[in-house]
Structure formats: structure tokens, C-alpha cells
Design a protein around this ligand. Structure first.
Ligand SMILES: Cc1cc2nc3c(=O)[nH]c(=O)nc-3n(C[C@H](O)[C@H](O)[C@H](O)COP(=O)(O)OP(=O)(O)OC[C@H]3O[C@@H](n4cnc5c(N)ncnc54)[C@H](O)[C@@H]3O)c2cc1C
Ligand code: SF4
Length: 441
């Protein structure tokens, strides 16, 4: 089992969180691009939610035209650089590569994509012709992948765009949530600066839209409003002891880690509750921060976990241990602090999860991290007149127009799809922008 020491400096942090998809050099990119078969029906394009013309950009890289390749990428996906690094390519573009059927390693599409976009970001050349101003103004709430993607596309079409962002930095969970071994803060923020320079939208940071009055002000000043607000904080499980000190949400822990890096102190023993990708990230991150004993506890069997297999494998390589069929029933505390998790063993019978009588046991720990999903921003959404939510509290939209049930408001990303990937939010934000372009507001 690998052992990570607590990083004492930024340099140590970078070492513990070294990129799992490092940038290619020109020789690697040339070699890798020359392996592409340029399939006529390109299954990789169909597997990419933003439908990038992958064979075209790979051909451009192979012809020593990385800026042309970057243009091809950005025409379909404004988060081209981030997506090359954070997309679960194993189940998207690379998972569809025909080489998989021939027991040959698929083309490294994500890394080729980041190779080309990095060149564009470094060059900072103007690449996109914006249409003249059409006099229409759109307010965007949230500078995450959905909001920024929508902003870029609207600016291409001559709209005036102002983004209101609650936090101090752009890109939403790309900088505040995604694991640092996928993308660094610097890589994310350089692409954001590049986009702002190319497209010229305005972002107001530390500017939450928080009250009905804030919303009414936007309704008066703008023709349309786009909601790219994502999801909220970690959901409660609803068991005893959840409010104890040292028991907290994965999203909150990861945000702190992304902002404070080596300054975050982790204890020796950590239990992470959950079986999704966020649980894998939180567990992996604790191990890389120097926790010696990280247990990932899931209430069903391993095969039922929502996380991608490769994310679990990655967590295991960092030293994380899985505990399955263990349902948490109480966070055990002493003097107001969590000191363990009480579990009951479970089994699945005819698809139904059953607890086993008298099988309770306690796993002692210093921290409990709940990776039990993110809540929806219901309180905020209820302030918007006529805005409907579905039974899972997702914003209801017309899938053709991205319009909510209040026609002045459009929406996309996690707040609509319930929580997918960066690339989905980017694709939907762009489609919503085109719907705004084509509507008569
Ligand atoms: C821990 C974690 C790890 C992840 N890892 C990956 C990964 O490796 N790869 C991947 O593809 N996807 C990953 N995802 C999913 C991905 O990050 C999201 O699907 C994506 O960021 C959603 O984009 P969005 O724009 O809809 O929302 P967000 O990224 O959440 O952005 C919403 C923005 O709106 C702002 N906001 C909210 N309310 C207001 C308000 N009232 N006023 C002003 N601003 C507001 C927020 O501050 C935020 O900046 C991960 C998610 C999590 C939680
Ligand atoms: S955006 Fe993501 S899914 Fe699409 S081609 Fe790029 S890496 Fe693959």
C-alpha cells in the first residue's frame, strides 16, 4: 500500500497530487495522433456530450496545427481544456474508441485535447469572431461550467452578458470540487481568464443573488436570466450524531482542500460514507494528505456502487480500503466529537436491502466524511415566481427551449440534470444559450 506523508509545502502537495493525465509533449502528441484511424462514423463523437469533431482535431494535431485543433474543440466545448483533463473519458469518448474491440489501448483523446487547448491558452490569440452587439442583455446566475458555457455562446451571438457568482473564483466545482490530481487550480483559472479575454463577458464575484429583491432587480435590468446554480451542500443522512464535530460533508472538505492545499490537516483514521465518485475522491484525497487508515464504507455490495470502477481502483491505489454491506446507523461521539461510526451489516435479497439482526459493530475513527450526495437549492428557487421543480427538486425545463416554467428564466447543468459531469453542464449551457438566441424575448 502506498504511503503518503502529510504534505508540508505546496511542492509536496503537488507531488502527492501529481496529475493522472499529464500534458503531452509535441512528440507524444504527434505519435498518439498518428494512431487515430479517423473512423468514418466516429463513435467517439457520438459518445461526447459536446459532440466535438474528434477525428478532425486529432488530424489537425497530426498536421502540426494545434491552434486549429483548439479552435475545433472550442467551437463545440468552451471548457475544452478542463474537459480534456476531468472528463471520465473511459466511459465517454475513449470508451467508444474502436480500438477497445481489438484489445488495443484507445486513443488518448482527453490528453490530446488538453495538448491543443494548452497551446491556444498560452498563445492567447483572438480566435473567435463575435457578432455585433444586438442590444439584448442576459444575466447569468452562477459562473460554473453551465453558466460560463452559456455566457461564451451568447457573446458569440452579440448578447451583453453579466454573470453573478457567489464565490471568489469562476468555474464552479471545476475549481472547488474536482480532485486536484485531475486538474490544478492554476490550469482551471488560466482557461477561465482565456475565455473571458476571448469573449468579454462580465463576472461579478462574491455577488450571490440571495433575495427576491435581487431577482426582481435582474428581471428589470435584463431581457432573460439563466440559472446555472448547480447543487448545494452535502445532504444529511438522518442518523444520530451527524452534527458532532469532525463529522462533515465531502463537498465541504474537498472545497477546503482545493483552496488551502497543504495547509489542511487530516487525522490518522478517516471513515468516508458513500459509494459515488465524490466518496472515491474524498477518500483518495485524505489518503494523499497523509491519513494512514482511510475506510470507504458503503451500505450495499461493491458492485452496486454508483462510482465508476476506475475511480474505485484509483482510490485503492492511494491506499483506501473498502468496507461493503455496512449501513451507518449512528455517528458515535465523545465530548461533542465524532470518535467512530456504528454500522449494521446488510444483505440484498430480491433486490431489497435488508439489515442483519444483531450485527452492529463500531469502526473507530477521528473524522467521518459524508459523501451522501448534494442537496438542491430549493429555498432559492422558491423565490422565483412560477418556477416548477420536479419530484427530485430539479428545475423543470422544456428540453427543446431550456426555458423554465417562468418564461423569463432558462436553466441548465446540475440544477436541471440532478448532478452529472462538467461536460454535460457545458453541453447544456451552450444549448440553452442557443435557445435564448432563438427565442423572442
Ligand atoms: C466532489 C466533486 C467532484 C467532481 N469531479 C468531477 C470530475 O472529476 N469530472 C467531471 O466531469 N465532473 C465532476 N464533478 C461534477 C461537476 O463538477 C459538475 O457536474 C459541474 O461542475 C456542474 O456544473 P454547473 O455549472 O451546473 O454547477 P456548479 O459547478 O456547481 O456551478 C454553480 C455555480 O453557481 C454559483 N451559485 C450558486 N447559487 C448562486 C447564487 N444564488 N448566486 C450566485 N451564484 C450562485 C456557485 O457558487 C457555483 O460557482 C464533480 C462534482 C463534485 C461534487
Ligand atoms: S469533451 Fe470530454 S468526452 Fe468530449 S471528446 Fe473531450 S474528453 Fe472526450
Amino acid at each position: 500500500m502506498p504511503e503518503y506523508k502529510h504534505p508540508a509545502s505546496e511542492q509536496d502537495f503537488e507531488q502527492n497530487f501529481a496529475s493522472i493525465k499529464p500534458l503531452m509533449n509535441a512528440t507524444e502528441a504527434y505519435y498518439e495522433s498518428s494512431r487515430c484511424l479517423f473512423c468514418y462514423d466516429a463513435p467517439c463523437i457520438k459518445a461526447c456530450p459536446t459532440e466535438i469533431d474528434i477525428p478532425l482535431f486529432i488530424r489537425q494535431i497530426n498536421g502540426n496545427n494545434p491552434l486549429g485543433a483548439a479552435q475545433t474543440i472550442y467551437q463545440s466545448n468552451h471548457f475544452g481544456h478542463a474537459c480534456g483533463k476531468v472528463c471520465p473519458t473511459e466511459v465517454l469518448c475513449e470508451g467508444a474508441c474502436v480500438y477497445n474491440h481489438q484489445n488495443v489501448k484507445p486513443i488518448e483523446i482527453g490528453r490530446l485535447q488538453s495538448f491543443a487547448t494548452q497551446k491556444a491558452i498560452n498563445s492567447n490569440k483572438k480566435m473567435f469572431g463575435l457578432k455585433p452587439n444586438n442590444g439584448k442583455k442576459v444575466a447569468i446566475i452562477g459562473a460554473g461550467p453551465a453558466g460560463i458555457s452559456c455566457a461564451c455562446e451568447l457573446r458569440m451571438n452579440g448578447f451583453d452578458v453579466t454573470i453573478y457568482e457567489a464565490k471568489a473564483q469562476p468555474s464552479g466545482l471545476t475549481v472547488y470540487g474536482v480532485a486536484p490530481y485531475k486538474i490544478t487550480n492554476q490550469e482551471v483559472l488560466e482557461e477561465m481568464a482565456y475565455l473571458q479575454n476571448q469573449f468579454g463577458f462580465t463576472i461579478l464575484y462574491n455577488h450571490p443573488i440571495a433575495t427576491k429583491q435581487d431577482l426582481q432587480n435582474l428581471e428589470q435590468q435584463f431581457d432573460s436570466i439563466f440559472l446555472g446554480i448547480g447543487l448545494g451542500e452535502t445532504s444529511q443522512i438522518g442518523i444520530l450524531g451527524e452534527d458532532l464535530d469532525n463529522c462533515f460533508g465531502a463537498v465541504e472538505f474537498i472545497e477546503q482542500l482545493r483552496m488551502e492545499h497543504h495547509q489542511v490537516q487530516v487525522p490518522q483514521n478517516v471513515v468516508v460514507l458513500g459509494g459515488g465518485n465524490t466518496a472515491m475522491d474524498a477518500a483518495s484525497e485524505c489518503a494523499r494528505m497523509g491519513s494512514e487508515n482511510v475506510i470507504l464504507a458503503y451500505r450495499r455490495e461493491k458492485e452496486a456502487m454508483g462510482a465508476y470502477d476506475f475511480e474505485y481502483e484509483l482510490a485503492k491505489t492511494a491506499g483506501v480500503k473498502g468496507l461493503f454491506n455496512a449501513q451507518p446507523i449512528e455517528i458515535v461521539g465523545e465530548n461533542g466529537c465524532a470518535i467512530g461510526v456504528k454500522f449494521v451489516q446488510t444483505t440484498t435479497q430480491n433486490g431489497q436491502l435488508k439489515t442483519i439482526e444483531n450485527s452492529e459493530f463500531v469502526v473507530p475513527c477521528n473524522w467521518v466524511i459524508k459523501a451522501t450526495g448534494q442537496s438542491k437549492r430549493v429555498q432559492f428557487l422558491q423565490m422565483i415566481d412560477g418556477l416548477e421543480l420536479d419530484s427530485k427538486k430539479r428545475i423543470v425545463i422544456n428540453p427543446n427551449t431550456y426555458q423554465t416554467t417562468n418564461p423569463r428564466y432558462f436553466a441548465a447543468g446540475d440544477a436541471v440534470n440532478g448532478g452529472k459531469e462538467v461536460v454535460n453542464a457545458v453541453a447544456e449551457g451552450r444549448k440553452a444559450a442557443n435557445a435564448i438566441v432563438n427565442c423572442n424575448l
